[in-house]
Design a protein around this ligand. Structure first.
Ligand SMILES: [Zn+2]
Ligand SMILES: [Zn+2]
Length: 80
C-alpha cells in the first residue's frame, strides 16, 4: 500500500480535507508544505514529483519540471 513518507496517509486514509499522490510516497498536502519551505529557503530541495505525474503533464504539452510544479500548485489550491 502507498504511504506518504511525511504524514503517513494512505489510499484508504487521506489527509483532512483530502489529498492525492504527487510523488510515489508524497501526498499533495505534504507537497504543499515542502513547496512553501522551498520558496522561503531556496537552498531547501524542491519537492520531487513522480515520473508518472511528469509523464501525465508531458502529454498535455508540459515539458519542464518548473512548469509542472507551477501547474500542480494551482491544481492543489483547487483540490484543497
Ligand atoms: Zn502526506
Ligand atoms: Zn495526505
Amino acid at each position: 500500500m502507498r504511504i506518504c513518507r511525511k504524514c503517513g496517509c494512505t489510499d484508504n486514509r487521506a489527509c483532512h480535507g483530502g489529498c492525492f499522490w504527487i510523488g510515489l510516497d508524497l501526498c499533495s498536502s505534504c507537497y504543499q508544505i515542502l513547496l512553501e519551505k522551498h520558496k522561503e529557503d531556496p537552498t531547501e530541495e524542491p519537492p520531487s514529483i513522480s515520473k508518472e505525474l511528469i509523464y501525465l503533464l508531458k502529454t498535455d504539452g508540459i515539458n519542464s519540471k518548473q512548469k509542472a510544479i507551477e501547474i500542480l500548485q494551482n491544481l492543489i489550491i483547487y483540490e484543497i
